[in-house]
Design a protein around this ligand. Structure first.
Ligand code: SAH
Ligand code: SF4
Length: 421
């Protein structure tokens, strides 16, 4: 979501005459986009600005934007005097004007909500893959989560606008769109539209070859959505469905509003409809009051479901949330132990799942060049598994036949099939 916001803000700033530079030394404004989901992310953002404080003396303007900015507002200016501008995620549209007129020594705070927080501008030179925020905000108030306090109420972008935007993206060379929302299944709750219809409409757009989306909340998954994975060939057969905990008691304390048996029902159904679908999830360990028995339920369910991949987080108390009023009573060491137990288990499962791809021929969408290995490309299978392969840059945006040579923990290694057969 932040990556997407930063791109759109860059497009807006470029339109207003600003340009990106390659080094901090050359910049007039240093803008840091922040995440508040865990404390660690917040600390990293502030420390980045602090560690460049010498640049302040050269008259550069420091801007802290994003969720952290909205969460603490002007309090941040009092605590960190090196920050000049605070801007929450719903107020980015005002930044170009503010930055154009700011005087040295002036302090500015832009927080809170607005009716239309979406930035319509799109960068001129786009990659073949693009993220699109279809909703902003969230009102689910999972008890551990800061997002409802940082991003505010749910606002859906009208489907008509999204369709226009996707068409514009196609004109600029985009072939793949990933639809983003804190809970995409609530898309249109505020406007009377709905997510399944939106995906179908995007699927009809010529020039788009792959569509993905995240995140889905298990309390809001209609059966119709599961059939889309089977019926829409451009849609990735990949479902990111955060579980958070394997214990009904903890799920209740988290205010997730589903039970384990409901979650298992969705997994069973979607695997029945699309047997090779890849399913990924998020887990939090060490939530307040999580006993060994609760944790073991999570462990067992991870063992039973066999996700394709898993993001495992150590619980981090967040300001304003309900859970932050409960004692953070799982010791740090114990959180670490539970974290590594699940990760080790998942390492084995992911490796086994990726090994099962060896020898298969997959239709791979070539997304980008590899940052790490020169001469290599990164693509995605129809199940959205990353594939690394050797190839020329001009293959980006194509769907090609690739033979999977080896499956690793985090990716598949493949080779282009001759004559694409
Ligand atoms: N809207 C999405 C994701 C929100 S944040 C959803 O509902 O799933 C992404 C992930 O961060 C969450 O799924 C959760 O696993 C994790 N997370 C959120 N708040 C956290 C906290 N306070 N401590 C640890 N992990 C957290
Ligand atoms: Fe946070 Fe829950 Fe909303 Fe996801 S659904 S953003 S976890 S409150």
């Amino acid at each position: 979501m932040n990556f997407c916001d930063s791109e759109r803000l860059m497009a807006l700033l470029e339109k207003e005459g600003f340009c990106a530079v390659n080094s901090l030394q050359d910049a007039q404004f240093i803008i840091v986009n922040t995440c508040s989901v865990r404390k660690h992310a917040e600390d990293r953002a502030i420390n980045f600005l602090r560690s460049n404080i010498n640049l302040k003396r050269k008259g550069k303007i420091f801007c802290l934007i994003g969720c952290t900015a909205n969460l603490y507002g002007k309090e941040l200016l009092e605590r960190f005097d090196f920050i000049d501008v605070i801007c929450g995620p719903n107020r980015y549209k005002e930044l170009p004007e503010v930055l154009s007129n700011i005087k040295n020594g002036e302090k500015i705070v832009l927080t809170g909500e607005v009716e239309n927080p979406f930035i319509d501008e799109i960068k001129n030179n786009m990659d073949v893959s693009s993220l699109i925020s279809i909703t902003k905000g969230c009102e689910n108030f999972c008890s551990y989560c800061v997002v409802p306090y940082t991003r505010g109420k749910l606002v859906s972008k009208p489907a008509k606008k999204i369709i226009e935007e996707v068409k514009k993206l196609v004109e600029r060379g985009v072939k793949e769109v990933i639809l983003l929302g804190q809970n995409v299944n609530e898309y249109g709750k505020d406007t009377g539209e709905n997510f399944v219809d939106l995906v179908e409409k995007i699927h009809d757009i010529e020039g788009i070859v792959r569509i993905g989306f995240l995140t889905s909340h298990p309390k809001d998954v209609p059966e119709k959505l599961l059939y889309l994975f089977r019926d829409l060939p451009k849609l990735y057969k990949h479902f990111h469905l955060p579980l958070q905990s394997g214990s009904d008691r903890i799920l209740k304390l988290m205010n997730r509003r589903y039970t384990i048996s409901h979650y298992l029902g969705i997994v069973e159904k979607v695997r029945e409809i699309v047997p090779n679908i890849s399913i990924t999830s998020d887990i939090i360990v060490g939530f307040p009051g999580e006993k060994e028995e609760d944790f073991m339920e999570t462990y067992k369910i991870v063992e039973r479901i066999k996700f394709d991949d898993l993001f495992v987080f150590k619980y981090s108390p967040r300001p304003k949330t309900k859970a932050s009023k409960l004692p953070d009573d799982v010791p740090k060491k114990e959180k670490e132990r539970r974290h590594s137990l699940i990760l080790n288990l998942q390492d084995k499962i992911s490796l086994e799942k990726n090994k099962a791809y060896e020898g298969k021929i997959e239709n791979v969408f070539i997304r980008k060049s590899s940052y790490k290995r020169e001469g290599y490309l990164v693509g995605r299978t129809e199940t959205e598994k990353p594939v690394i392969l050797q190839g020329e840059e001009n293959l980006k945006g194509k769907v090609l036949k690739v033979r999977i040579i080896e499956g690793f923990r985090h990716y598949l290694y493949g080779k282009l099939c001759e004559n694409n057969k």
